[in-house]
Ligand binder design. Structure first.
Ligand code: GLN
Length: 258
C-alpha cells in the first residue's frame, strides 16, 4: 500500500485524520484499463479544490485493503486480471468496508466482480463478491465505442453520462439495484429494464458502470456526487470551461440531443 505524496495532505486547521477523504485505488495494475486509475486523482483534486483534504491510497496485489477508508475505486481489466483481482478481494476487507458504509465506484471489470458472477476468460462463470445484486454473462458481440446515458432517479445526477466502453459482458440487474442510467448511445449493461436498455447499477453507496474515459474526468457531476456521499452534503459548483468544452465535444460525437 502506498500513499501518493502529491495528493496526500493532512487536515489543515483541524488536525483530525478522519476529516480527510481517504480514497483507495484498488489494484490499479490489474484493474486500471483506459485510464480508470485517473478517477482517484480527479476525486482528490476536486475535493481539495473545495477545501476538503483528500488522500489517495494505492493498494497493489499483496497489500492489505484498508478497512477504514471512505471511497474505494475499482477499474476495468482483462478477463484474467479480473479473475486474479476477485480472488485477492474475496478474503479482503472490502466487504467489511461496504458494511461500514464506504462509497464504492467500480468500472467495467470492477463492476462485474462486485456482482454474483461473471464469465472468466474461458467463458465459465466465476463467483463475484456478491456485494452488488447484478449477474454478468457474455454479450453476443463485444461492445466497443462511445457510451451515452441519461441518469435515472437512482442518483441526483442531471447531466448526461458520457464515456467509452469496451467489454464482452452483459450485466443483468437484480431487484436490489437501480440502473445508473438509460442508454442513449452504445450498449451499457446490454440488458433491459422496463423496456429500456440500461447502464450501470446503484445499490446504496455502491455505484457500478461501464463508463471509461476516465468516467470521473468526463462526468464531473458524478465525481462530485461520490464526494458528496462521503462528506454528507452536496459540493458547491466548480465551473470549468475546458471540461464543459470536452463534454460538449464527446456528447456531440455520441449524437446527444436533449
Ligand atoms: N473482462 C470484462 C469484459 O470483457 C471487463 C472488460 C473491461 O473491464 N474493460 O467484459
Amino acid at each position: 500500500m502506498s500513499v501518493d505524496p502529491n495528493l496526500s495532505r493532512g487536515a489543515p486547521g483541524r488536525g483530525h485524520p478522519t476529516s480527510e477523504v481517504r480514497i483507495v485505488t484498488v489494484f490499479p495494475t490489474l484493474l486500471g484499463t483506459y485510464g480508470d486509475g485517473g478517477n482517484a486523482h480527479i476525486l482528490a483534486v476536486r475535493a481539495q479544490a473545495r477545501g476538503i483534504p483528500a488522500s489517495v491510497i494505492r493498494v497493489d496485489p499483496g497489500d492489505a485493503v484498508p478497512v477504514e477508508a471512505d471511497l474505494y475505486l475499482l477499474g476495468g481489466g482483462e478477463d484474467d486480471a479480473q479473475v486474479a483481482a476477485v480472488e485477492l478481494l474475496r478474503p479482503s476487507a472490502l466487504p467489511q468496508a461496504v458494511e461500514r458504509d464506504a462509497v464504492i465506484f467500480a468500472v467495467c471489470a470492477g463492476f462485474q466482480l462486485l456482482g454474483h458472477e461473471f464469465p472468466g476468460a474461458d467463458g465459465r462463470p466465476v463467483a463475484g463478491l456478491g456485494l452488488l445484486d447484478v449477474t454478468t454473462t457474455r454479450l453476443s458481440r463485444r461492445a466497443v465505442g462511445e457510451l451515452l446515458a441519461e441518469p435515472t432517479d437512482a442518483t441526483p445526477l442531471r447531466e448526461p453520462l458520457t464515456g467509452y466502453e469496451n467489454h464482452a459482458g452483459a450485466t443483468t440487474l437484480g431487484a436490489a439495484v437501480q440502473p445508473l442510467g438509460l442508454v442513449r448511445a452504445g450498449v451499457g449493461n446490454g440488458t433491459e429494464r422496463a423496456g429500456h436498455l440500461v447502464e450501470g447499477a446503484v445499490q446504496g453507496r455502491i455505484l457500478g458502470t461501464y463508463l471509461h474515459g476516465p468516467a470521473l474526468a468526463r462526468n464531473p457531476e458524478l465525481a462530485d456526487h461520490l464526494l458528496g456521499l462521503v462528506v454528507g452534503r452536496p459540493l458547491p459548483p466548480w465551473p470549468q470551461p475546458e471540461i464543459e468544452a470536452l463534454r460538449a465535444e464527446r456528447l456531440a460525437a455520441a449524437g446527444w440531443r436533449r
